[in-house]
Design a protein around this ligand. Structure first.
Ligand code: FMN
Length: 314
């Protein structure tokens, strides 16, 4: 595979695992990485909470030993706080700092953060510049097609990011108003690719390796970022990198669980695994009954026994 870079940071593949709050925990990222993801990001973390020393937020900064290089994603709306966050000792282990300017969640947008910044391009520029000045690490930006269909500002936004010093951008081809409905528009991503000289990562609706290649081809993007298509299916990174996943689904679940159990007690890990289990089992014949049963179970031993029995004839 050719070499891929974000500024001076070399990526092992152009297929990146998207940041996903509540999904991309350190265990999942480590698995995705082992299977071929070229870069993994923490879930989005509040710059303000970091600067004010929130212990709970700091826990989100944990990384796995194979996340090399690794990226942290921060969000916020105050340039000074964002810059301060970039300088925190806790962030120095990261190779890349990504700024979230695409999150559509009402509680984020109401604070003028995430995709709300697409309506405040001057403020977005100040934030990026402040971060770029605060650190030598590459600053990257993740955003959407625009706020609404009428205001598809992605191209103008992409140019602003480049001007402000961003080293790469990721464009999700949906507007904020679409949330996750409708289709991601590859045309708007292509227009961004053509408008800037920094690497552009295309994002939206990649559920198979074929989708990833097609999106890259249609948009001319430098690489592709995968989110929902990887949930319960980290094997997608083996597929896109033309490798055979060395693990069965059961082994992936076991890996995920043991990784978390190394760090946290069973009473915390079992509930954390529920959301992943539901996704890992999706699509298997007869899995809905098992999924419903496992959602009530609190003992991993019982869950594991049920999984072993389920996968025996799969
Ligand atoms: C459960 C979930 C959590 C997400 N959390 C984040 C996040 O923390 N930061 C971010 O930039 N995007 C987040 N996203 C958006 C994804 O990174 C991605 O842009 C979007 O899902 C479109 O890509 P896809 O079609 O491959 O899913 C999240 C998406 C989902 C489904």
């Amino acid at each position: 595979m050719a070499n891929y870079f974000i500024k001076h940071v070399k990526l092992s593949s152009p297929f990146l695992l998207a940041p996903m709050a509540g999904i991309t925990d350190v265990a999942f990222r480590s698995i995705a990485r082992e299977l071929g993801a070229g870069l993994t990001y923490t879930e989005m973390v509040s710059a303000k909470a970091l600067v004010f020393g929130s212990e709970k937020t700091k826990q989100l900064l944990e990384t796995a030993s194979n996340e090399v290089p690794c990226a942290v994603q921060i969000f916020g709306h105050e340039p000074e706080i964002m810059a301060k966050a970039c300088q925190l000792p806790e962030l120095q282990k990261f190779d890349i700092i990504d700024i979230n300017m695409g999150c559509p969640a009402p509680k984020i947008v109401q604070n003028g953060e995430g995709s709300a910044l697409m309506k405040q391009i001057d403020l977005a520029e100040k934030i990026i510049k402040a971060c770029v000045q605060a650190t030598n690490k590459p600053i990257t930006v993740k955003f959407r097609a625009g706020w609404s269909e009428e205001t598809c500002s992605a191209v103008e936004f992409a140019k602003m990011c480049e001007r402000a010093g961003a080293s790469a951008i990721t464009v999700h081809g949906r507007t904020r108003e679409q949330f996750y409905s409708g289709k991601s528009n590859p045309e708007i991503i292509k227009a961004c690719v053509q408008a800037v000289h920094i690497p552009v990562f295309a994002n939206g609706d990649v559920f198979t390796a074929q989708d990833a290649y097609l999106l890259q081809e249609k948009t001319g993007a430098y690489g592709v970022m995968i989110a929902r298509g990887a949930i319960g299916n980290p094997e997608i990174f083996s597929e896109v990198t033309h490798n055979v996943c060395p693990y069965t689904k059961l082994q992936l679940i076991e890996k995920h669980y043991s990784f978390l159990l190394h760090r946290l007690p069973e009473r915390v890990v079992v509930p954390a695994m529920r959301v992943h289990l539901a996704s890992y089992l999706k699509g298997y014949d007869g899995s809905s009954k098992l999924r419903a049963a496992l959602m009530q179970e609190t003992s991993w031993q019982n869950i594991h026994d049920a999984l072993v029995a389920f996968f025996k004839d799969k």
